[in-house]
Design a protein around this ligand. Structure first.
Ligand code: BG6
Length: 510
């Protein structure tokens, strides 16, 4: 068939269906695989976006047969998939499931894996194209990628691709991130490494770019002439759940600010990319991240806290130090807030306040761009007593949309001006529901489409920004000054409020 010369193959309006391929999943028993990866694979299959012969190979130290693995995927899909369960989709998908029982140290297991992949290429037509998804602790990355290499599983060639997918944490500081990147790069070329930051897969996060660069009305005011400050909030009402082993020693700043929040900030503050090619987008994010500066006095421009007992969803909950698996003297923060400056002409003098925490008042992620007051108000003081600053709030989740806050006259015979909100809600404008971030990102891995995956430079720059804060907090710990307690169900420690009050500002209460 002749190609239509008017059709750009990258046209996103065409359904983007992955070509022949498969995936090997390491860490099949973990939460990430069960709650996110497996359901997303099913949802993609259900939406017709996977090739008919797609294969999924699980690898773990379990004495399982293929059927046992299929049962695990089945249970996870039933519990967590976004789309409806359809027997015919499941039947076709599960025919491509295989399980390789094995140890990361065992040569036999990786030989077995190679044979399974070759057989799938033969009978399912996967064409030699396979992604290795490392849903395992980073300490095991080195072992697994070198085993894959030793067993001739990593080489791409013009007629087949091999890719590796890794999840955060990408290290715990700059040095460890560089080591990790070194390990991955010693085996896979840059273009074959896909680092997942699931925030970039969220519809509303991608919409930041659409909103800024597809419209005429936002960019003219998107700068220090009009913007007073920006608040980026990721609040959760849950505690650490069963993740004590991962979370203790990591804390809120490493878990969320280093990746999700700095990526959000990069998208909000970067310049317009030349195009939405991966390299053009990454250049702009990288440039922005390299112009971020921490203020001098970290004692008053950062804040950290630890949740104490309190309430969540109408139920009594224990404090962090009483959670199972947490050391009683842990100084791990469950709340972190930082002030950041951007040293460029667009943002000079505009602070960006980033905060995240567990067991806060409610689950909400938003970016609030708060504008300066109008330079002159030709009204009496009492007429504007209830007028605050204009704000544009990008609601990332759960109530996806955008709110514009501005002043309006209150109906009546007097001139009285009060804040009103103008809302755009996804549910009101679109009938399609948003796909899960993992659906989009896994599809992009299989398509080899990299714009939504941070490069190692971005990861390292983010650690460079955060390392001094983490060092400062560690030094405070040695002086016996740990994170401040806050009651579960409230909005974090008082030091975080003081951090903004010093600047004459207040946190939003979403
Ligand atoms: C993860 C963090 O990256 O994001 C978790 O490790 C956090 O601690 C989660 O709970 C939140 O993701 P989401 O998509 O629910 O905002």
């Amino acid at each position: 068939m002749l190609e239509n010369p008017l059709r750009d193959p990258r046209d996103r309006r065409l359904p983007r269906i992955a070509g022949p391929c498969g995936m090997v999943l390491f860490g099949v028993t973990g939460d990430l695989s069960r709650k996110k990866v497996m359901p997303a694979i099913y949802d993609l299959a259900n939406r017709g976006l996977l090739p008919p012969g797609f294969s999924l190979v699980g690898f773990a130290r379990r004495d399982w047969a293929d059927q046992d693995f299929a049962q695990v995927v089945h249970d996870s899909v039933k519990q967590y998939a976004r789309t409806e369960f359809r027997e015919e989709v499941w039947e076709q998908l599960s025919e491509g499931f295989r399980f390789v029982p094995g140890d990361f140290d065992s040569d036999d297991s990786f030989d077995h894996l190679r044979r399974v992949i070759e057989e799938l290429d033969e009978i399912r037509g996967t064409g030699g194209n396979h992604a290795f998804y490392l849903a395992i602790p980073p300490a095991a990355f080195g072992k697994v990628v070198s085993q894959l290499q030793r067993h001739a599983l990593t080489e791409s060639s013009p007629d087949r691709w091999r890719r590796v997918v890794v999840e955060k944490p990408f290290g715990h500081d700059l040095r460890s991130a560089q080591e990790l990147n070194g390990i991955l790069h010693s085996v896979f070329p840059d273009g074959s490494i896909f680092r997942i930051d699931h925030y970039l897969g969220k519809e509303t996060v991608q919409n930041i770019m659409a909103m800024r660069f597809a419209n005429a009305m936002f960019e003219p005011v998107w700068n220090a002439n009009y913007v007073d400050h920006v608040q980026i909030t990721m609040a959760e009402d849950v505690g650490i759940g069963g993740r004590a082993g991962y979370y203790d020693g990591i804390g809120a700043a490493r878990d969320v600010i280093q990746n999700h929040l700095l990526q959000l900030m990069a998208l909000v503050a970067m310049e317009e990319p030349v195009s939405f090619d991966a390299s053009a987008l990454r250049v702009e994010k990288q440039k922005l991240l390299s112009s971020i500066r921490l203020p001098e006095d970290l004692a008053v421009t950062t804040a950290r806290g630890q949740y104490a007992a309190g309430w969540a969803g109408g139920e009594k909950v224990v404090g962090f130090l009483d959670e199972d698996g947490i050391a009683r003297d842990s100084t791990t923060e469950t709340y972190a807030a930082v002030t950041l400056h951007v040293d460029n002409r667009r943002w000079a003098g505009v602070p960006f306040y980033l905060r995240t925490g567990k067991r806060l008042g409610r689950r909400v992620t938003e970016v609030a761009v708060v504008f300066k007051r109008a330079p002159h108000l030709p009204f009496t003081q009492s007429a504007t007593a209830e007028l605050t600053q204009n704000a544009l709030v990008i609601r990332i989740q759960p109530d996806e949309g955008l709110t514009m806050r501005f002043g309006s006259k209150v109906p009546g015979t007097q001139m009285e001006i009060r804040d009103v909100n103008m809302d755009f809600a996804y549910g009101g404008s679109f009938t399609e529901s948003s796909p899960e971030a993992y659906e989009r990102l896994i599809l992009d891995v299989l398509l080899g489409d990299p714009p939504l995956f941070p490069r190692h430079e971005e990861v390292e720059l983010s650690w460079q920004i955060l390392d001094p804060v983490l060092d400062f907090w560690a030094a405070q710990d040695t002086k016996g000054v740990g994170p401040e307690a806050y009651a579960s169900g409230y909005w974090g420690p008082s030091s975080a409020d003081a951090m903004l009050e010093r600047d004459g500002r207040v946190w939003r209460r979403p």
